[in-house]
Design a binder for this molecule. Sequence first.
Ligand code: ASP
Length: 351
Amino acid sequence: MIVCKFGGTSLADATGIRRAAAIVRADSARRFVVVSAPGKRFAGDEKITDLLLRAAQGDGEALRAVLARFQEMARRLGVEMDGELRRAAAEIPARGAEYAASRGEYLCAILLAKYLRWEFVDAAEVIRLRDGRAELQPSYDCLLRRLKPLKNAVLPGFYGADGEGRVRTFPRGGSDISGALVAAALGARLYENWTDVDGLMSADPQLVKDTVRVPAVSYRQMRLLGAMGAQVLHPDSLLPVMNAGIPTALKNSFHPERPGTRIDTDAGANIPCLTGRALQSGAALVAVLSPNAMALCGPALEALRAAGIRPRSLEARNDRLLLRVRGRCLPETLRTLHRALVEEKRARDAG
Ligand code: ASP
């Protein structure tokens, strides 16, 4: 059994919902689906969650924009949602920011469930939160009790309820956590996280040209990427599935045929993956994730020397190199190391 989570860009409009439904229907093992709220449809568009947070502050225009988007999606999908939208319109300005923010996922899950003709299960029934974090065991118990008897279901991500039954949200991007909790509770064989990118790339494509997809990476390496500030998955979504021994697949809903990236317990990054972060001290930290990181020390130092970059420190472990460089050298360090460790190696392997 596979648990799927779809991100906001994958569900931004009716076409996105249809695409997600087709992916889900393509494999009968995909029985439980967790959704984000609809995200941006184009550059400059607003995410439903951002509109809802404004609506909670009394911005009537933002509320109307949310309702209009869902109405349009429902109309194009031939789904009836008038009752739900009328209720949301009354509740969103009246029940506080967390409740308002949660309605994007809530309405999106109802929409997809109706379109698929699957059961909708409200996250407030099955996920327990305290101070923005999941209470694991109570959540697992509720999820298992409620979902086990079902053949299929769609659940909203990003929120649950506290001990008093009040709706509470995770931090932004938290639908990843919801998906991981459902997968862990049910002992899924795979957690699929569907977004609008091909998976983990060998570096940030905004900083480095010619990046390539990293086919596999370990949970430990993903946790380091999260600690370095890389926004691939919400960091709290890793432990539930890692501890349950469930691999995660990062997949592109716009190109489901592409292989994506697999995150597993021991699969190390089989292509080096680079990331960097400016530190408060004015220095910058660069991490190179690779299963044979020790062997990369020599080539890395040599490439940096040729580029006139002198690292202040270098630490090599089994699955990573950590370098400290001057803050202003960060982009050039990433580009130099990427050229030497990823691009030239690929060219050598190909030739
Ligand atoms: N919709 C929420 C956000 O924009 C949660 C999520 O997408 O994971 O952060």
